[in-house]
Design a protein around this ligand. Structure first.
Ligand SMILES: [Zn+2]
Length: 186
């Protein structure tokens, strides 16, 4: 269900950019637009950290870096509501708990399906893993393109923005960090 006032807001926007919301191609657009935005922002309905609640204590002596590399994602910037598309690499060095690897991607998507700035998205993912898994170290590197830069304003096509957040050993220990960066391909 999409409330009338939400659909009306989209019609107002369409009129404001010079369109006729009553023409055939646009008739159902307010409804579709509203539903799409509920989906883009579905992350508000969850606490992404909860994906990390079920951990496995048996790591069988594994004390090396766990890395999920180049996970594609989409988010939206809070300044222009424009798409942010990119990929994230998420790593941690377990101390005594691990999670199913797909859970790291779920944490990413939980925070990405909100209005974001790339710096905060990066930090929130790292913090959730740090808090729930209490690992020896966490690293999140995100490389993304911003629709508000590529499609408007300075129109810088193909320019990616890179952000990273390191915690624990990846922040404090030079050799852990070097090992991580080479695994990530940086
Ligand atoms: Zn923006």
């Amino acid at each position: 269900m999409v409330p009338d006032d939400v659909q009306e807001a989209v019609r107002t926007l369409l009129r404001w950019v010079g369109e006729d919301p009553e023409r055939e191609g646009l008739r159902d657009t307010p409804l579709r637009h509203a539903r799409a935005w509920r989906e883009y922002c579905a992350g508000y309905d969850e606490d992404p950290g909860m994906h990390l609640a079920r951990t496995f204590e048996e790591v069988a002596g594994y004390d090396e870096i766990v890395l999920l590399k180049d996970i594609p994602f989409q988010s939206h910037c809070e300044h222009h509501l424009a798409p942010i598309t990119g990929k994230a690499s998420i790593a941690y060095l377990p101390k005594d708990r691990v999670v199913g690897i797909s859970k790291l991607a779920r944490v990413l998507h939980g925070y990405a399906r909100r209005l974001q700035i790339q710096e905060r998205l990066t930090a929130e993912i790292a913090q959730a893993i740090w808090t729930h898994l209490k690992p020896a170290g966490v690293a999140v590197v995100i490389e993304a393109q911003h629709g508000c830069m590529t499609g408007r304003g300075v129109k810088t096509h193909g320019v990616g923005m890179v952000t990273s957040r390191m915690l624990g050993c990846f922040l404090e220990d030079r050799s852990s960090r070097a090992e991580l960066m080479s695994l990530m391909g940086y």
